[in-house]
Design a protein around this ligand. Structure first.
Ligand code: F6P
Length: 553
């Protein structure tokens, strides 16, 4: 086994800091945010932090000064900073895959030195960024043409997981910054309907496919890419020679790309020290760079960089990712919070939570420690949510009056994006009034006496009472720009890191996705021929038999 930075660590639940937190939690009892705010009129301004353009109000959390102190003591005792520094230094902290974890090098400035296996990776990173920029500019300007000489009007990114969610999320988030006569579509699902809907109204002569796959072995992506190539050649009535003008690849696997028939000259490289879910600021972001242009992409990288620096250097009391990570640990363990809601008050962030689901749940959905021994504590939460105000008319009922503790992040922006017509921009105050109102309602609720004072009949009072005391982080920025998006993503990346470090799990592997892949490979031939059904369990065998009957086989 490779050297494991966590070997020999005292198990989390046997540290005195963990015990102290448990005792403190018991002492806090049912303390209500109403009381905490009443006791400290400065709480709303005192419990705030700023990183870059992001203002964090964490006053509506179920914490006191003592809680925060104990949480920071826990982080110090477990040497979260040590693991952080090892990550930034390029040490192989992904122990089960024996890999460095260097997504932070993807946004290191030109001239910086970051070594993986003794090699400075920054020049390679910038060589790929330069190649992406040159290619993006050619597509954007129309200089890059398809097989028949027409300029490209649609880019279709084919990828899944980290090779899809990041660029798809960021393309939505930064739509206002995109070149509007060029659209980008995303195909991920192996369900043929996804590719069908993506290309059915396209002119193949004006379409560029980007095949995005770190490994270039992912069955969904290779299948969709093969079908896309067949569609393209069929539409154009052309031979293999047309592929070079309509297909490029983003991968770490040059041999796989060449086998597929894509010229490796049209491949944009990245490296095994970039995890899939940490990769959208690598070559995986090519579709985004084509959409927003290299300068905006660089602004976005600048946002990432800013938060990287903050995470690396800010003292614990001011370190925003550290704080957010610790708060999640606090609720998971000591309030039995099973899930975490992310509620962006921006239509442009409609795919933000889906992106975070992979980032957080694929990273921290683990139940063994780095050395393979079982954890004796709760790990990553279920992450979910959709943009406000839509969620308010769907599931907020449960958040306000249900029985579960669900900490939530509310993310909002002071200004609407610049290109909205004045009448639509004017709706922004209404959106943001909801944003502030919800944070207020979650925290303070509405007491039975307040309800009674409105003349509500006594039998209805319990139904119309809001307990409140639901913890939230409120993140506010001036505007959703490329830099701010980069800042937000880096913030969540490092928050997830902090939690993995506390829980002593490997946040950078994803063995949990393997079993389903292997079983699907075994079952597919059974669906086609029926042979081998007897080797399946009785439930799967019966389901497969029914499927075959329904398919007329
Ligand atoms: O779901 C497992 C996974 O390996 C993710 O971690 C990754 O982002 C995704 O599959 C896609 O992998 P690839 O980029 O190699 O096609």
């Amino acid at each position: 086994m490779p050297e494991n930075p966590a070997n020999g660590r005292t198990p989390l639940d046997r540290t005195p800091q963990w015990a102290a937190l448990g005792k403190h939690r018991a002492e806090l009892g049912e303390l209500h945010l109403r009381e905490m705010f009443a006791a400290d009129p400065q709480r709303g301004s005192r419990y705030t932090l700023q990183v870059g353009d992001l203002y964090l109000d964490y006053s509506k959390h179920l914490v006191t000064d003592r809680t925060l102190e104990l949480l920071r003591e826990l982080a110090a005792a477990l040497d979260v900073a040590g693991l952080r520094d090892a990550m930034f230094r390029g040490e192989k902290i992904n122990v089960t895959e024996d890999r460095a974890v260097l997504h932070t090098a993807l946004r290191a400035p030109r001239g910086a030195v970051v070594e993986a296996d003794g090699v400075n990776v920054v020049p390679e990173v910038h060589a790929v960024l330069d190649k992406m920029a040159a290619f993006s500019n050619r597509v954007r300007s129309g200089e890059w043409t398809g097989h028949t000489g027409k300029r490209i009007r649609t880019v279709v990114n084919i990828g899944i997981g980290g090779s899809d969610l990041g660029p798809a999320m960021a393309y939505e988030a930064l739509r206002a910054y995109t070149q509007r006569d060029l659209q980008v579509r995303f195909v991920s699902n192996v369900d043929g309907a996804d590719l069908h809907e993506a290309v059915r109204d396209l002119d193949a002569a004006e379409t560029l496919f980007i095949v995005a796959s770190k490994t270039f072995t992912t069955i969904e992506t290779v299948t969709n890419a093969t079908s896309a190539r067949d569609w393209l050649l069929g539409q154009l009535g052309a031979g293999q020679e047309a592929v070079a003008k309509h297909f490029v690849a983003l991968s770490t696997n040059a041999a796989g790309v060449a086998d597929f028939g894509i010229d490796v000259a049209n491949m944009f490289e990245f490296w095994d020290w970039v995890g899939g879910r940490y990769s959208y600021d690598s070559a995986i972001g090519l579709s985004l760079m084509i959409a927003i242009g290299p300068e905006r992409f660089e602004e976005m990288l600048g946002g990432f960089r800013l938060v990287d620096e903050h995470f690396r250097t800010a003292p614990a009391e001011q370190n925003v990712p550290l704080l957010l990570g610790l708060l999640g640990v606090w609720y998971g363990q000591f309030f039995d919070a099973q899930s975490h809601a992310v509620l962006p008050y921006s239509h442009y962030l409609s795919k933000f939570t889906a992106y975070l689901q992979q980032l957080d749940m694929e990273s921290n959905g683990k139940s063994v420690q780095r050395d393979g021994s079982p954890v004796g504590w709760t790990t990553g939460p279920v992450v979910w949510g959709t943009p406000g105000t839509n969620g308010q008319h769907a599931y907020y009922q449960l958040l306000h009056q249900g029985t579960k503790v669900i900490p939530a992040d509310l993310i909002g922006f002071a200004a609407p994006v610049g290109e909205l017509a004045p009448a639509l921009a004017a709706q922004h105050d209404l959106l943001m009034a909801n944003f502030f109102a919800q944070a207020q309602a979650f925290a303070f609720g509405k007491s039975a006496d307040e309800v009674r004072a409105e003349g509500v009949p006594e039998w209805q009072v319990p139904h119309r009472t809001f307990r409140g005391n639901h913890p939230t982080s409120v993140l506010l920025a001036a505007e959703l720009t490329p830099s701010v998006l980069g800042q937000l993503i880096a913030l969540y990346e490092h928050k997830v890191f902090v939690q993995g470090a506390i829980w002593n799990i490997d946040s950078f592997d994803q063995w949990g996705v393997e079993l389903g892949k292997v079983l699907a490979k075994r079952i597919e031939p059974v669906l086609l021929t029926g042979e081998g059904a007897e080797a399946l369990d009785s439930s799967s065998a019966a389901l497969v038999a029914r499927y075959r009957t329904l398919r007329g086989r």
